[in-house]
Design a protein around this ligand. Structure first.
Ligand SMILES: Cc1ncc(COP(=O)(O)O)c(C=O)c1O
Length: 394
C-alpha cells in the first residue's frame, strides 16, 4: 500500500475511486462539504435495505434489528472511531447531537459563563444563546484574529479563559464550515481543562476527513454526522460522551427508555432511518477501502494545495485559510479582493467557468467563497478553478 501522500497525487487511482460514484453531468462540484455522495455499492445496499424493511416491516425490526442488528452496527462504528460503544449513540444529524448535549449539560448555574467564537455553526450559537435565556448564563462571544495562526487561535482562548473566570462551557468546531480552518483541538481542550471549562466539540466536518482520536484530544462531549465524509446515506448523526462524564449530561427531556447509565437515554427515543443504519457496515467497508480518514484526508488536502499554492500569489485573490498543515483539510475559502460581492463572484464562477462553489458570510473575517473538493474531484477540475481565479481575480 503506497503512503497516503503518494496515493493522494495518483490521478489514476482516484479515477478508479471516482468510478465508484454516479455523478450527474453538470457543473464541476467544488461544494462537497454540504454532504457526500454514496458509492454505487452503498447505494445498492441502501436500496436493498429499504426494500427489505418495507417488506418485513416491524417483524424483522422488532425481532432482529432492535435486538442485535443495531448493537452490532453501533459496535462497528465505535471501532471505526476508536472508542467504546458505550460512549456513542446514534442521532439524526450533528445538529441533533450537539443541541442535545448543550440542552442537557447539567453543570451550569445561573451567572456562569458559556463561550463560542465567530466561527461556530449557527445552530450551535443559537443553542448557546438559548442557554442564556433559559438557564440564566452569560454568553461570551469571541472573534478570532485574521489571518489565523496556531498561536493566535490558542491566544484568543487563553485570553478568554483568564478574562472570564466564570466560564464553564464552550463550543469548539473541529473544522469550521466557513473557511475550513481546522482548530488545534487538543491544545485548546488542554487549556480549557486547566481552567475548568468543558468543551462540546462540533465534529460535523471532521469525521472521515481528518484522522483523530477522541480520547487523545481529551474531548468529553462531541457531535458528528456520517453523511459528509464517511459516505453514509443522509440522516445519521452520532453523539459522543466520554463514559466517565455521562452523569454530566441529563437524559434528553426525561427520556426513560434506557437506564440512566446508558448513553442512549441522551438522545430522543424515536424510529430512526433503519435502512440507512443497516447500510453502515457497507459504508464503513467502502470508507476503509478508500484509505479511511487518512487516505481521504490526504487526497483532499492535496487537491486543496494544488489551487491554494497558485492562488496565494494572485494579486486579486485572498486565501483566508492558513497554510500551516495543522490548520487545514479539504475546505479552504477565498475572497476576490477587487470585487465587493462574493455571492456575485460565486455566480460568475458557475456561469462563466462551470464551477459550483458556495458563498459564505458570518465570520469576523468577512464574506468569502468556500471551495471544497471531493472524492470525485480531479486535478483537471482544479486546473479549471486556477484558470478562473487568475482570469476573474486579475
Ligand atoms: C460545522 C458544522 N456543524 C454542524 C453542522 C450540522 O450538521 P448536520 O447537517 O449533520 O446537522 C454542519 C453542517 O454543514 C457544519 O458544517
Amino acid at each position: 500500500m503506497p503512503r497516503n501522500e503518494d496515493n493522494a497525487r495518483d490521478e489514476h487511482f482516484w479515477q478508479t475511486v471516482a468510478r465508484r460514484y454516479d455523478v450527474e453531468p453538470g457543473p464541476i462540484n467544488l461544494e462537497n462539504g454540504y454532504f457526500g455522495r454514496m458509492t454505487h455499492r452503498v447505494m445498492e445496499a441502501y436500496q436493498r435495505n429499504i426494500d427489505f424493511i418495507n417488506r418485513s416491516n416491524s417483524v424483522h425490526v422488532r425481532q432482529h434489528f432492535d435486538q442485535i442488528g443495531i448493537a452490532d452496527i453501533r459496535a462497528d462504528l465505535a471501532e471505526l472511531m476508536g472508542v467504546s460503544d458505550q460512549a456513542i449513540t446514534f442521532s439524526q444529524n450533528a445538529t441533533a447531537s450537539l443541541q442535545a448535549l448543550i440542552r442537557n449539560y447539567n453543570r451550569l448555574q445561573p451567572g456562569d459563563q458559556v463561550l463560542y467564537s465567530d466561527l461556530e455553526y449557527e445552530t450551535v450559537k443559537s443553542a448557546l444563546n438559548w442557554l442564556e435565556r433559559y438557564r440564566g448564563v452569560q454568553v461570551i462571544r469571541i472573534e478570532h484574529a485574521h489571518p489565523a495562526s496556531y498561536e493566535t487561535l490558542l491566544a484568543s482562548y487563553q485570553e478568554a479563559f483568564v478574562r472570564y473566570p466564570r466560564l464553564k462551557l464552550m463550543a469548539l468546531t473541529h473544522v469550521t464550515h466557513r473557511t475550513g480552518l481546522v482548530m488545534p483541538v487538543q491544545a485548546i481542550v488542554e487549556m480549557a481543562t486547566e481552567h475548568g471549562v468543558d468543551v462540546i466539540l462540533d465534529g460535523a466536518h471532521a469525521l472521515g476527513q481528518l484522522e483523530f482520536d477522541l480520547p487523545t484530544l481529551g474531548v468529553a462531549f462531541a457531535g458528528f454526522n456520517l453523511q459528509k465524509w464517511i459516505g453514509s446515506p443522509l440522516s445519521l448523526g452520532v453523539t459522543y460522551i466520554a463514559p466517565e462524564r455521562l452523569a454530566d449530561i441529563d437524559p434528553d427531556m426525561g427520556e426513560t427508555h434506557f437506564p440512566l447509565t446508558d448513553i442512549r437515554s441522551r438522545t430522543p427515543h424515536s424510529t430512526p432511518n433503519i435502512p440507512a443504519l443497516m447500510t453502515l457496515p457497507t459504508v464503513f467497508a467502502e470508507h476503509r477501502e478508500l484509505g479511511g480518514a487518512a487516505g481521504k484526508g490526504a487526497r483532499l488536502a492535496y487537491l486543496r494545495n494544488l489551487w491554494v499554492s497558485e492562488a496565494r500569489a494572485m494579486p486579486g485573490i485572498e486565501v483566508l485559510t492558513p497554510d500551516d498543515p495543522r490548520l487545514y483539510g479539504a475546505i479552504t475559502s477565498l475572497r476576490f479582493t477587487r470585487q465587493a460581492d462574493q455571492q456575485r463572484m460565486a455566480e460568475r464562477l458557475l456561469n462563466e467557468y462551470n464551477l459550483f462553489t458556495v458563498a459564505r458570510s458570518g465570520s469576523a473575517c468577512g464574506p468569502c467563497i468556500r471551495v471544497t473538493p471531493g472524492l470525485t474531484t480531479s486535478a483537471q477540475d482544479i486546473d479549471q478553478l486556477i484558470k478562473a481565479l487568475a482570469e476573474l481575480g486579475g
